[in-house]
Design a protein around this ligand. Structure first.
Ligand code: IMP
Length: 496
């Protein structure tokens, strides 16, 4: 006889619906904040927040440099995958941390070069604006497309056509795009060179990029104005991987494991907490209150919940372990709240695996999750690190699980004692750019919160009223019994 048998069925997010609360002017969509706690922060340290409650999964087919940059610019965060060499993962983190929105690493020229040669560079590289520097990298001037003709001035030197340094407005040691914008606004230039106190060229800021930057008001930045990024670590090589990731600038770690209730996770969390206490770490994945307590006692500063629900996951089929995500969140959130009452420490809960669309995110948040991790949702975007392919008449992107044979190819079998796979490989329909998709998803979440009469995620936790729905109610809640030709519909689901 088993030690425990729960006879209530385990519930998924799609089995719940929200009952609306009282909506007022104070809970209109423009008043709603999706800000949320990323990890518990010890007293006296700067609080770690997300500006939107979504992070991308630490998976090869989801979270690379482009995703890391674009998602952080939109207010969320990517977790760079650890199923690659330590050097590669650290390099990805470094690329994200060194990205400065609007600050371009310039291709420069020297004053004695011929305009004809610069024109050739312009044609091959596609650049039109060239800062001019001397051998010590000091700024001497700038050459823009308005300053020369590739044919008429071909025989002249750059110094004869450039706008000299004395006539330029430059920024000295500026790293804040808003400051750069102020200078650009007062100048007549379309580009602002940034120099150090020795007048050596550092970056260029283009007027068009500043305008573009203003479209990202939720950008998630550290105190040095760099984008925030997360990194995954495994339970095998963390002693070497964590120092490299910390050095590269990772802001938060997650221990990547399909079953976090283990001695291996305990060893990893305790080692990280003891040696890198300033670097918050998410533990997981677990699906019970007991699992939550275990991870927090080992040093986890946020806990990831979910097992068996991921779109590419076959854990339940292979091992028979798992739980509906809603039931797992409810159990863990109850324990989190008890822990908070006992200790005053608020440990964020991250819902992970099987979250398909905005409605699922909303239900997960209402049940008490602080943010969600998604793989499939982000794999469909332009910024995921895979190539688009055409399959019959659809544009698709490949998507595969970290437990699939494909993901495991990177490392020897030493890491994988298991003789079977826990994930599959398939395709998802290409959805376009993240900034053309995510804002719509977020506005649907805000609309639900507005209907429920709340303006913050914490209020949502306290005030949400949910009900289990029958299979027939779910059917009734979808489009039914009408003919809807595809091309006459402006209804776009974020499902596929
Ligand atoms: P999705 O958002 O439904 O696609 O689920 C993504 C989540 O599935 C990840 O964040 C992981 O927790 C989990 N996952 C990733 N790879 C595998 C796998 O190969 N097997 C089982 N679960 C996986």
């Amino acid at each position: 006889m088993a030690k425990k048998i729960i006879n209530e069925p385990s519930r998924t997010l799609m089995e719940y619906r929200l009952l609306p609360g009282y909506t007022t002017d104070e809970t209109s969509i423009d008043k709603i904040s999706l800000e949320t706690t990323l990890a518990w922060t010890p007293e006296g340290e700067q609080e770690l927040k997300l500006n939107i409650p979504v992070v991308s999964a630490a998976m090869q087919s989801v979270s690379g440099v482009e995703m890391g940059i674009e998602l952080a610019r939109l207010g969320g965060l990517a977790f760079i995958f650890c199923s690659q060499t330590i050097e590669n993962e650290a390099a990805m983190i470094r690329d994200i941390k060194s990205y400065k929105a609007g600050f371009v690493d310039p291709f420069y020229v020297h004053p004695d070069m011929l305009i004809g040669d610069v024109f050739e560079i312009s044609k091959s590289k596609g650049f039109n604006t060239f800062p001019v520097v001397d051998v010590n990298h000091k700024l001497l001037g700038i050459l823009t497309k308005n300053d020369y003709s590739g044919t008429h001035h071909a025989h002249l030197k750059v110094s004869e056509r450039m706008i000299p340094r004395e006539q330029l407005v430059v920024g000295v040691n500026i790293s804040d795009i808003k400051e750069a914008n102020k200078l650009l606004r007062e100048s007549h230039q379309s580009v602002l060179p940034i120099v150090n106190e020795e007048d050596q060229l550092k970056n260029l800021v283009f007027r068009k990029d500043v305008r573009n930057h203003m479209n990202y008001p939720l950008e998630l930045l550290d105190d040095r104005k760099r984008l925030l990024t997360g990194a995954a670590v495994n339970t095998h090589d963390y002693r070497e991987r964590v120092p490299a990731l910390e050095e590269a600038g990772a802001d938060i770690l997650t221990v990547d494991s399909s079953d976090g209730f283990s001695i291996y996770q305990k060893q990893a969390l305790e080692w990280i907490s003891a040696n890198y206490s300033h670097l918050p770490v998410i533990g997981g994945n677990i699906i019970t209150g007991k699992g939550f307590r275990f991870l927090v006692d080992c040093g986890a500063r946020a806990v990831k919940v979910g097992m068996g629900g991921g779109s590419i996951c076959i854990t339940q089929e292979q091992k028979g372990t798992g739980r509906g995500l809603a039931s797992a969140i409810i159990d863990v959130v109850n324990e989190r709240n008890r822990y908070f009452e006992e200790t005053g420490k608020y440990i964020p809960v991250v819902a992970d695996g099987g979250i398909v669309d905005s409605k699922d995110v909303t239900i997960a948040l209402a049940l008490g999750a602080d943010y969600v991790m998604m793989g499939r949702y982000f794999a469909r975007m332009e910024e995921s690190p895979t190539e688009k392919i055409q399959l019959s008449n659809r544009i698709m992107k490949p998507y595969w699980g970290e437990g699939s044979a494909r993901a495991r190819e990177w490392k020897s079998a030493r890491y994988y004692q298991m003789k079977f796979v826990e994930g599959v490989e398939g395709f998802v329909q290409y959805a376009g750019k993240l900034r053309d998709n995510l804002p719509e998803t977020l506005s649907k979440i805000k609309a639900s919160m507005s209907s429920c009469g709340v303006t913050t995620i914490r209020e949502f936790h306290e005030q949400a009223e949910l009900e289990i729905v029958s299979a027939l109610s779910i059917r009734e809640g979808k489009v039914h019994d009408i003919y809807m030709p595809n091309d006459s519909s402006d209804y776009k689901s974020d499902k596929y």
